[in-house]
Design a protein around this ligand. Structure first.
Ligand code: MF3
Ligand code: CO
Length: 267
């Protein structure tokens, strides 16, 4: 069973979700060719702490940083470091903040500079698939309805790889709560969704295979065929009729459009 949350608890958690949106917005303002990924991590950690929160990833099972930064064929959990971003890089930022007893968990993929039509399509379809999945997160549906919708949209209609080794999840007082939310599944199967469950829905999609390899750092997940990968994530609250999206892409998208070093021509 998912963990029951009151309306008051959901409202408190939304502050964490919006803070993580604000954190990624700050990253979006800085992204450009020539910048190191560790500088983004340092800025984000300062921003999170200045806002009275804790970067949940730092120290989580030994993860050493505040941001997961995954570039090109890296799918999730990439390490920030001395790597310098260059024109054409696909940069996924995934991070979690903890404030007032609740986590907010959010991911967004940016394109630095110029890229191909194929990559722009991959980013757009993955982002759209997130909303396709979210639309299924209503009382009475099951986790398989979300997974089926995402898989059908990305693999079924576009032939992309749907990562299966990592999945979405409940999120609240713990970073990972029940139920798991795979990005694949069968309609009407899986755990039942109940009112006020808060879920992290997070399609991780590649242009090629859904098989993955782990780098020697023990964290960075790459596509086994080195094809480009994209990751978007929202936190939502299950409601009757229509879910409530707790995190917010609007400030991130505004910063993305304003930053001339980022390519947002896909939407
Ligand atoms: N959003 C990721 C997840 O749910 C980030 C976790 S933080 C890390 O798995 F420390 F595991 F990287
Ligand atoms: Co997550």
């Amino acid at each position: 069973m998912g963990i029951y949350k009151s309306d008051e608890e959901v409202a408190v958690q939304q502050e964490s979700c919006l803070l993580v949106s604000a954190t990624i917005t700050e990253v979006a303002k800085l992204l450009k060719p020539g910048i190191t990924t560790i500088s983004l991590d340092q800025m984000a950690e300062t921003f999170i702490r200045d806002n009275g929160a804790i970067p949940s990833c730092k120290g989580y099972h030994g993860f050493p940083y505040s941001l997961c930064i995954s570039i090109n064929e890296e799918v999730v959990h990439g390490f920030p470091g001395n790597r310098i971003l260059k024109d054409g890089d696909i940069v996924s930022i995934d991070t979690v903040v903890y404030k007032n007893g609740f986590h907010g968990d959010h991911a967004y993929t940016f394109i630095v500079g110029e890229t191909t039509k194929e990559i722009l399509d991959l980013v757009r379809i993955t982002k759209e698939s997130l909303y396709v999945g979210i639309s299924q997160a209503v009382t009475g549906n099951r986790t398989g309805d979300i997974g089926y919708a995402i898989e059908n949209y990305t693999y079924g209609q576009h032939g992309y790889g749907v990562i299966r080794d990592f999945v979405g999840h409940g999120v609240g007082r713990e970073m990972h709560e029940d139920p798991q939310i795979p990005n694949y599944g069968f309609r009407g199967k899986g755990k039942k969704l109940t009112e006020n469950m808060v879920l992290a829905i997070e399609p991780m999609i590649t242009m090629g295979t859904n098989r993955i390899n782990m780098l020697d750092d023990g964290w960075t997940v790459i596509s086994a065929d080195r094809s480009p990968a994209v990751h978007f994530e929202h936190n939502i609250c299950v409601k009757k009729g229509a879910p409530l999206i707790l995190s917010d892409f609007a400030p991130i998208e505004a910063a993305e459009k304003k930053n001339i070093n980022l390519n947002s021509s896909y939407y």
